[in-house]
Design a protein around this ligand. Sequence first.
Ligand code: GAP
Length: 514
Amino acid sequence: MARQDDDFKRVISHAKEYGYVFQSSEIYDGLSAVYDYAQNGAELKKNIREYWWKAMVQLNENIVGIDAAIFMHPTTWKASGHVDAFNDPLIDNKDSKKRYRADVLVEDHVAKIESKIEKEVAKAAKRFGDTFDESQFLATNQRVVDYQEQATAILKRLGKSLADEDLADVKKLIEELDIACPMSGSKNWTEVKQFNLMFGTKLGATAESAMDLYLRPETAQGIFVNFLNVQKTGRMKIPFGIAQTGKAFRNEIVARQFIFRMREFEQMEMQYFIKPGTQQEWYETWKKTRMKWHLSLGLGKENYRFHDHEKLAHYADAASDIEFRFPFGFKELEGIHSRTDFDLGSHEKYSGKKLQYFDHETRESYVPYVVETSIGLDRMFLAVFSNSLQEEELENGSTRTVLKLPAVLAPTKAAIFPLVKKDGLPEIAQEIIEDLKWDFNVDYDEKDAVGRRYRRQDAAGTPFCITVDHQTLEDKTVTIRHRDSMEQQRVAISEVKAIIHKEVDMKSWLMKMG
Ligand code: GAP
């Protein structure tokens, strides 16, 4: 646990130090769970977005992309179910006046029990040395077995109370577990209430005429309300998809874990409109396709897993998360949901407009079913960034910090150095930049010894460093150093562009999806 915390702190401070992510309005002490993407972060985010868009829209003839507004007619959110059902259970501490998610208080209590188990394991491992068998210890040590049973029983009861909307029992559970406010230590709790996560705002100039609006909590509804417009103007035939990327807003009660859970974040969603009855087949297909997209980036197969939902959202008949191993453990990165005809059917009812598809072959009209893929761009950013940040021990015993971003996503593809700041070397470096900048983001660096410049670019995630030296003056060659292997090659300046292209081209990365 402590090691995980340290790793995560390192990720956060590295993101700041190398110009990836800043706290929003930091000069005013920041705004909780709101972040700004800095000069490198904005590039990485843009590249992830493009990698998704290419895979979903450009490479699929039957998927088109749109860009719907953040503001939508307020009835949208009544029809989607968000006004009535988009809630988290909250509880206030009467003494500290602090607000918590009731389920998270219980889950944190369980995490403490789990960390006791980890401590027992660490102690035993030390005691038994090489002969230690962890799985046998977990199964037979009475204290550990008791802890495990306790944790399982608590989570089971919490799950049932939430599923039954029995908020009184959630409060009872908090009291029985003797959970105190982490701020004040007080156990003086209010009742548990449902809290709607949508941010409200007003549209209009005067108080009387103003209309109550919500900031969208998901981008999906912008797709549903445009379903027929896109289908007709694009002459789309079922099955077809509509994709979009854009901001979404949720008033998260517990907003920690950096850019994992934010109040303003970005989603990349695709709704796939299908014939009723084919949803199982398409759900399985999209689960596989999305997993292939993730694996194509090479972050390690062992870092992903599916988690099929038992408790389904109000709109779904099947749902699965793609979970990723973040620095704080496996957590949801993307959701694949079979949403039935819930959304289109409900928008038909509330708008009074038909949202149906006419099948020319069967001469029938129907409300299509939908399979959705929904990924948080910020979470994907965190997955890529945290997985790439590594401390490496080198052969000479020293260490280096390296950000091994997939080259296709790296904000800057190459840094060009003159070995020294004289003898015409900076001029040649500038000429190389003038040529490369039409194809890639490139950087110029002439400060400090070359070794230090390499380390700076390693930590910033730049896949290539190109050094112009005195030999360049004689034979128009440079050295090109590869970030991950640290290998250096002597190549002609005329070859540099092709070498970089080979490593960073989206096509070759996306083709790994098969
Ligand atoms: N349209 C379906 C939908 O919005 P969701 O599971 O609530 O489903 C989809 O959200 C994805 O959006 C999640 O898998 C996650 O990656 C991202 N996401 C959700 N809430 C978020 C938050 N507060 N901060 C960052 N990303 C979030």
